[in-house]
Design a protein around this ligand. Structure first.
Ligand SMILES: [Zn+2]
Length: 444
């Protein structure tokens, strides 16, 4: 039985292949998929990567040749489960009460399963999409894409030549406000900009008074300066359109609050919105930073002489540069200590990502979601997270984050990305697969 049309068993298999990154080992996932495609002789299959275990899979499905090729991209790696307390084991992919449990069920092996199943459904129906479909199953998305989309787009841009549009994950951009459900269509993304700060100073035996400038004390200052801060406001076109459409679908006073958030330059924190949504929307109006990893001493009787702190920074799309971001951080922490750049998402040469496009392809995505779920509104969004879309965008491809899931209002699924108990309803998987199949049939 080689049918891939049912995304549920496919997703279960994918979850059981542990691709926790680091180290990734995405080759296991790639080999599994190649095996599942083996019965088709009409596919062009390539495996490429900087090393054998960090493999990317590129499969070209033939179309009718009346439209440019379409890119569907998804990552096969997942984030670790260390320190998380799961109700069901994260790599067993148990089906419990209509939900598939496991790491990657939403982010984004579920999305991969939707893509693969929709391609299989079209094939079984004897249909072909308007153009070739290039399925890119990429490595390393959760750790800077160095072995994945970044490597592929630099080393093998020819694989993507002629592609005009791409669909990938939405990076958890979904939002729900005032009881109204929305289907996010991500048209712009922030990019990661990760730094390491090394604090050095006098250490020594912990049985005596410590001198004033220990790294521990510096750490206190640094964390205080950078935790929960709102960097300066920069309202861009994607956030502007998103706030406008959100307001258009919601009643007052919510609508009015969203409009004033859009129009009021005073940059007061959002009021009258639930905290989660307020934080999410506020994050789209500015660069953000969060200290996430602290490495300090490991002996209770030694004052450490060196502490490192990793900072997860996110930069707005458009013209916003790393230099601008660094000066915003410097305004808070002063001229010291040095900020060592660990990873900068896609704009390595500080090149610009194009402004969002709301043309025909966007409308096709919006129409499909409207028809599939009349009670929810499609919503153009900027994602606070960065996905691989930015790399493909640098090849001139217009990228959209679109993995539709129909889930009840108030359900936790989108907020479980990277957390314990990540899971996806079977119904949501089926809904997404149907939408994706409609896209393969409808896109021009
Ligand atoms: Zn993801």
């Amino acid at each position: 039985m080689n049918s891939l049309t049912n995304p549920v068993p496919l997703l279960q298999d994918l979850i059981r292949i542990d691709t926790t990154n680091p180290p990734g080992d995405e080759i296991a996932c790639v080999e599994y998929l190649i095996d599942r495609f083996a019965h088709r002789d009409d596919l062009d299959i390539k495996v490429l990567g900087p090393s054998r275990d960090r493999a990317n899979l590129i499969v070209r499905f033939p179309g009718r040749g009346v439209a440019p090729p379409l890119l569907l991209h998804g990552h096969s790696d997942v984030v670790p489960v260390t320190g998380q307390d799961w109700r069901h084991p994260p790599f067993e992919a148990r089906l419990v009460d209509g939900e598939v449990w496991g790491r990657g069920s939403v982010d984004m092996k579920g999305g991969l399963a939707m893509m693969v199943s929709s391609l299989a459904r079209l094939h079984e129906a004897g249909q072909r999409p308007a153009g070739d479909v290039v399925l890119a199953v990429v490595a390393d998305e959760e750790h800077g894409s160095i072995a994945g989309a970044r490597w592929l787009t630099r080393e093998h841009p020819e694989l993507f030549s002629g592609i005009r549009y791409a669909v990938g994950e939405e990076g958890g951009a979904g939002i729900e406000l005032g009881g109204q459900r929305f289907h996010p269509i991500v048209v712009a993304e922030k990019r990661a900009c990760w730094f390491r700060v090394t604090l050095r100073g006098p250490g020594g035996h912990a049985s005596r008074l410590a001198p004033p400038q220990t790294p521990m004390r510096q750490l206190g200052h640094l964390l205080t300066a950078l935790s929960g801060v709102r960097l300066p406001r920069h309202l861009g076109p994607a956030a502007h359109r998103m706030l406008t459409e959100l307001a258009g679908h919601l009643p007052d006073p919510l609508a009015g609050r969203l409009r004033s958030l859009r129009d009021d330059d005073s940059d007061a924190p959002p009021v009258g919105l639930p905290e989660d949504q307020a934080l999410q929307i506020d994050s789209l109006l500015r660069n953000t930073v969060n200290p996430t990893v602290v490495r300090a001493g490991d002996k209770i009787n030694v004052v450490p002489g060196e502490i490192t702190v990793d900072l997860d920074g996110r930069i707005l799309p458009g013209d916003h540069t790393r230099d601008e971001f660094v000066s915003e951080l410097r305004a808070l922490i002063g001229p010291e200590p040095p900020l060592e750049l660990l990873v900068e998402g896609f704009a390595v040469d500080q090149s610009r990502i194009p402004e969002p496009e709301f043309g025909g392809f966007y409308e096709t995505l919006a129409d499909i979601t409207r028809k599939a779920d009349a009670d929810a509104a499609p919503l153009p969004m900027m994602s606070p997270a960065s996905t691989d879309a930015g790399f493909f965008a640098q090849l001139g491809i217009r990228c959209y984050g679109w993995l539709p899931m129909k889930v009840p209002a108030g359900s936790p699924y989108r907020t479980l990305l990277h957390r314990a108990d990540e899971r996806i309803p079977v119904e949501a998987l089926e809904f997404g697969t149907q939408c994706m199949t409609a896209l393969l049939r409808d896109y021009r």
